[in-house]
Write a protein that binds this ligand. Structure first.
Ligand SMILES: [Zn+2]
Length: 433
């Protein structure tokens, strides 16, 4: 009997291999889990961005009793049992508020977010401790606790005032993300139309004052021209608290190669995020189609309820493609190749995103990510840099720059320039009482 080869056999074989390859890869990785955990016991894993405070505000009415992260909290990606399973050593809690708060009590909202972090640390003193410096992070990790850092996400929260910036520093804010999704009165954002061509003169003064304070300048969410302006002005290394590489998708939230190289010269660190539509081309393309469909609904004059209902149907019919954790590791390796292993870190954005790569669903999964690096042949010393030592180095350098600048000058009294078309209040010029 003559065997007849099915015309689709080669394709079927490829499909069958793909089906078995993923579990095999995961099994393979499991062998590296214990060595990964050992590294995270030695060196604090510091994640650059977690949006738990915003979730506490919006999903639990500001209440830590309701959020109850002392036990498993399935509505969140973050709780204490999973932080412990993930061997997290340091966390920059994002104290985020949306750009829409600009001119509507943004500083107050920011202070409320910082207050959530302070209350979190006070509620669970056996788990968390506030960290102001790199040495604090190392000491807290050695004591078996999670160093808690504050990252103010959105320059609108300083309300165009260096005094407010300094007040946030006094509250323990360790970094400021210069913009969120929209421009501020002094810096352009990645996802808004360009109005300042980067930083205004006051924006440059904000960066200089952050250097003076030892507050890290976070360039995630900023436009390319803002990134270039900051890299020209800053005396301290910068961070990207949650950004990936533009090599894989053209999303403006990612960092292009020439800026990666400039960040390497600056001594900074790009902390890779998990946002699937930023890091994975099929998910990026899906996001573009989703946006186009939503725009077409609005152009047809549908009200917001009708748009929401139509989008729900569209999303059911067009599920977003989902990568696995290998995509995040690809970004880490790419940034290592372009900028160097001293300039890449982790900034998951967990609890700030709806969808994660498979295998990175919550804060318990960091050992799996580290295991994949080891499986790919990474040396333990390089892994330690990525998980935490790079950002500790940046913090130490920023602290040294601040100490030098504070010997050289006092705090800045600069006021924002008055800009046409901005609803910001102009500097006070009336009588001083
Ligand atoms: Zn963000």
């Amino acid at each position: 009997m003559k065997l007849r080869v099915h015309p689709l056999l080669p394709a079927m074989l490829v499909a069958a291999t793909a089906l078995t390859a993923a579990p095999l890869r995961a099994q393979d990785r499991a062998r590296y889990l214990e060595p990964a955990r050992q590294i995270l016991r030695e060196v604090p894993l510091i994640d650059g961005h977690n949006d738990l405070p915003w979730e506490v505000r919006t999903s639990f009415g500001f209440s830590l009793d309701s959020a109850n992260i002392g036990q498993a909290q399935p509505r969140l990606m973050t709780d204490i049992p999973r932080l412990r399973a993930g061997l997290v050593g340091g966390q920059f809690w994002s104290t985020y508020t949306p750009s829409a708060f600009e001119g509507r009590g943004a500083a107050r909202a920011g202070m409320e977010q910082v207050d959530i972090v302070h209350r979190l640390v006070a509620k669970y003193p056996e788990t968390f401790e506030l960290a102001r410096t790199a040495d604090d992070v190392v000491r807290i990790h050695r004591a078996g606790k999670i160093a808690s850092l504050n990252g103010l996400e959105g320059g609108h929260m300083i309300e165009n005032s260096l005094a407010v910036l300094r007040d946030f520093s006094r509250l323990g804010v360790n970094y400021l993300t210069l913009t969120h999704s929209r421009n501020t009165a002094w810096a352009d954002a990645a996802t808004d139309s360009m109005i300042h061509r980067g930083l205004t003169p006051f924006g440059e003064e904000v960066v200089r004052e952050m250097n003076w304070l030892g507050m890290l300048v976070d360039l995630s969410h900023t436009s390319d021209s803002t990134m270039w302006d900051v890299l020209r002005v800053t005396q301290a290394p910068v961070i990207y608290s949650h950004s990936s590489s533009r090599h894989f998708t053209p999303h403006p939230r990612n960092v292009p190669d020439d800026i990666l190289q400039a960040v390497a010269k600056n001594g900074g660190v790009v902390m890779v995020n998990y946002v699937t539509s930023f890091i994975y081309r099929p998910a990026y393309d899906h996001g573009q189609r989703q946006d186009a469909y939503q725009r077409s609904l609005r152009q047809r004059g549908l009200d917001s309820n009708a748009v929401r209902d139509s989008m729900r149907v569209w999303n059911q019919q067009n599920p977003a493609p989902r990568p696995d954790l290998n995509v995040v590791v690809d970004h880490i390796e790419y940034i290592r190749d372009v900028a160097g292993v001293d300039h890449v870190g982790l900034g998951s954005d967990l609890d700030g995103i709806d969808e994660t790569p498979v295998g990175l669903e919550d804060v318990s999964t960091y050992p799996a990510l580290v295991a994949e690096l080891l499986k790919r042949g990474w040396r333990a010393d390089d892994v330690k840099k990525v998980v935490g030592l790079n950002v500790l180095r940046v913090m130490r350098q920023a602290e040294a720059v601040a100490a030098r600048l504070q010997r050289e000058r006092g705090p800045s009294t600069a006021q924002i320039e008055v800009l046409d078309g901005w609803t910001t209040s102009p500097p006070w010029t009336g009588p001083v009482r």
